[in-house]
Design a binder for this molecule. Structure first.
Ligand code: ADP
Length: 363
């Protein structure tokens, strides 16, 4: 809804402390810009069930509730009601959580000790506006994904026939060592269609991703990393790369297949973007304040300062890397997966020295 003077803004306040509740209600009652109607609940479970049955424009959410741990409350509401704006009510004790509130799906936060009715009005209004824009973008994104999926799906079968036909021509009609123009053209056709097939497969995985259910479970990263290393090594059989897994890999909460996709993208990139030096890839995990930072470091070609901020944009490829097969989808896909886990992806790199891709997963 757009908040105008005429429309009533329906607010659900989830706050267990009666004094804080009264304080917030008193600030809301003085909001003069638009009419506000508030309903109050004191438990996370009650808040969620009332949201399922009633229509609300926004939630004012205290994170420390009797039936929910502070680190779980926001995720529970944001996952259950992805289109609903949430403003987190904080106190000094929540300082660490506030840092993560926005990336976990809140539109704003209000400090209970300093909130005024003016700040309250502004926060409600802009949180709703921000969420509206976000929902609009999300819809457009979904439409684009559906479109990509349809196109990729339609292209896949005919493309497969072309690839098979080209291989058959190469194997049966042309001798293996044929280096005449026809042989070279068929090889070129095989390379291009192989690239297109990779692109179509990655687009299909990318387009399918958002529609999938996102169920978190304990994921043993040590087994996952070993499995990925085996797969990447099988693909680069001739490679003499040294791959080191440093220390213990943790068990994290996440969607196993999607996390595997991220680790696979990062380790296979380390193999792909190497230079003539012997390749060394190091996988490590560091415990941080609120979660784990997993890093994949290589001593490959590296990325320049100009390219670095753009490498996780969809379809972006460093211009000098065009000889190496790739689609520019993997990092963008990985970034989305990690952000969907409430984390972030970062990269440090130095041209000619190597790159370190790290992703943070909240505990
Ligand atoms: P792809 O490898 O299929 O092109 P990605 O999205 O995985 O797509 O990567 C985007 C671009 O970032 C790559 O094309 C490459 O230019 C650069 N890149 C990714 N990983 C590395 C790395 N480990 N070292 C150097 N460049 C990299």
């Amino acid at each position: 809804m757009s908040v105008t003077r005429k429309k009533t803004c329906r607010v659900l306040l989830v706050e267990d402390d009666p004094d804080h509740r009264d304080l917030i209600l008193s600030k809301i009652s003085k909001v003069a810009w638009f009419p506000v109607k508030v309903q109050w609940e004191s438990l996370a479970s009650e808040g969620i069930s009332i949201l399922k049955s009633g229509r609300f424009d926004i939630v004012l959410l205290d994170l420390s509730l009797p039936d929910s741990r502070p680190e779980d409350t926001l995720r529970a509401f944001a996952d259950e009601f992805p289109a609903l704006p949430i403003v987190v009510l904080t106190s000094l004790a929540d300082e660490d959580l506030v840092e993560n509130a926005i990336s976990w799906g809140a539109q704003d936060f209000l400090d209970k000790s300093t909130v005024t009715s003016e700040l309250m009005a502004r926060s409600l209004r802009y949180a709703i506006k921000r969420k509206e824009s976000l929902n609009h973008l999300r819809k457009q994104n979904e439409a684009l994904r559906t479109f990509s999926h349809t196109v990729a799906h339609e292209v896949k079968s005919p493309l497969q026939s072309v690839v098979t036909a080209l291989h058959l021509i190469r194997e049966s009609a042309l001798p293996k060592d044929e280096k005449n123009t026809l042989g070279r053209l068929v090889d070129l056709g095989i390379d291009s269609t192989t690239h297109l097939t990779n692109l179509v497969n990655e687009l299909l995985a990318f387009a399918k991703y958002d529609g999938e259910n996102f169920a978190k479970q304990p994921v043993e990263l040590s087994a996952l990393v070993e499995d990925v290393i085996r797969e990447v090594r099988a693909f680069h059989v001739m490679d003499d790369a040294e791959v080191i897994v440093e220390g213990e890999m943790p068990v994290v909460m996440g969607a196993a297949l999607q996390l595997r996709q991220v680790v696979l993208n990062l380790i296979s990139n380390a193999f792909k973007y190497r230079d003539e030096r012997p390749l060394k890839v190091t996988v490590s995990a560091k415990l941080q304040k609120n979660g784990w930072m997993i890093s994949i470091e290589d001593n490959g070609v590296g990325i320049s300062e100009t390219d670095l901020p753009k490498v996780s944009n969809l379809f972006y490829r460093v211009s000098g890397h065009s000889e190496i097969p790739g689609t520019g989808i993997g990092l963008s896909f990985s970034k989305q997966i990690i952000e969907r886990h409430g984390g972030y992806l970062e990269v440090e790199s130095s041209l000619g020295e190597g790159s370190k891709f790290s992703f943070f997963l909240p505990a």
